[in-house]
Design a protein around this ligand. Sequence first.
Ligand code: GLU
Length: 513
Amino acid sequence: MSQTDRAVRVRFAPSPTGPLHIGGVRTALYNYLFARRHGGKMILRIEDTDSQRFVPGAEDYINEALAWLGIEIDEGVREGGPFGPYKQSERRDIYREHVKMLLDNGKAYIAFDTPEELQAARDAHPNFQYDASTRMSMRNSLTMPAEEVKELIDNGHQYVVRFLVEPGRDVEVDDLLRGKVVIKSDILDDKVLYKSADDLPTYHLANIVDDHLMEVSHVIRGEEWLPSAPLHVLLYEAFGWSDTAPQFVHLPLLLKPDGKGKLSKRDGDRLGFPVFPLEWHDPASGAISTGYRESGYLPEAVVNFLALLGWNPGDDTEVMNMSELIERFSFDHCSRSGAKFAFEKGKWFNHTYLQEMPNDKLASLFVPVLEAHGVDAGAFAPDYIAAAVGMVKDRINFVNDLWDNARFFFVAPTEYEAKAVKKRWTPGMPETMAALADLLEAQEDFGSATLEPLVMKWIADRELHLGNVMNAFRLTVVGECKGPHMFAITDLLGRDETVRRIRRGIENIKPAE
Ligand code: GLU
């Protein structure tokens, strides 16, 4: 069957060895976009055959991260499905049976070499590799009599099963982004496929067997798995599955935002951006690593940002929600070279999505921030909070930034920006402000449409300096000389609060020496 008329079934196959890295999230996203684009299925398979590296909490973390981002799973541990179990540690019988198939067909063999013996071989031959050139001098079922092999196994000796790689073969790896690459089988070693010690297969065997049994059509994964691909091609062949082998798609690496090389957690620490989708509490060290969610990113923004790291829609469209991404996604516009992790662009996406969010929704996200700063948000009407965030949202990249920009709507200033005081709180200004307070206090209609022309006329009639007066006014109300339009602020604060703030400013602002 050709790849093109095959039902699309893709899998995201993380190993629960820690928090999902942002590169892994992009892999999951591309799998998802491709599956949805082609009406296919998205499988989440947990590859937990390496018991040494298992980390408690990692699987839950993966599920929670994907759910937060809106990457829906069709078949998986939680979702179930016709090809389960979807956790490799629950598929031992299947792997055992497949290991036996390879042994019976002479495609694999049993090896008893102890770690010490392997180390001795490495010490003796600097370039030692377990392969056609060395296997006949090692302790395995190819060099030992069958009875001895049986006896050792019956007596409970530990062994591994190794794949028998035939030398002198050309192995063709066909990658959708990279085309066909041919490598010599001689450079491959006889990889361990199974370990009797924990009765579990290694990654390679389990991965291949499951991709076959789960009828995976496309293996979309990070470029770091490309070196495993030739072995996987040979394994499909050894099982007789080459005709239905999945199409490989190895995604380009995510690179450091600056300089060369692969993106690492250290880059995030150094430059101040998260490399994990959600906050991660390391169960062993207790260390906490920040996540995109906890740093105030919206899942839509993270998805949009990640989608464009290695792919573009074919034109310069940047802002696309999940359904738009699905509609436009294709590997035709996927790049082969690494994508720089331009985290500043991630902030821009967050800013952009925050602008599109209705003010009442944004206000509800701001309430916990207010509470965290000791403000009793319940004392303010929802409309008031929504109007306040609406006035400042064009200045923010994150919900948390609302505090710096809108705090004065909730807490009257008690301190005043020193530079502005020096410049604006000039002799005579307290008296001018007192007169302004009197004027405002007498106002029935405090709406900006009435108040603005009234104050403008008052300033003009007295031949006062417009900039000086308005900035001093702002200083008393906001505490500094920035913020939205002054009469939009007074409109929302209302007469009593505005007048109270002017009077408090007159009392508390100490002119510069
Ligand atoms: N378990 C591997 C991982 O942790 C899966 C690689 C693959 O997708 O084949 O990424």
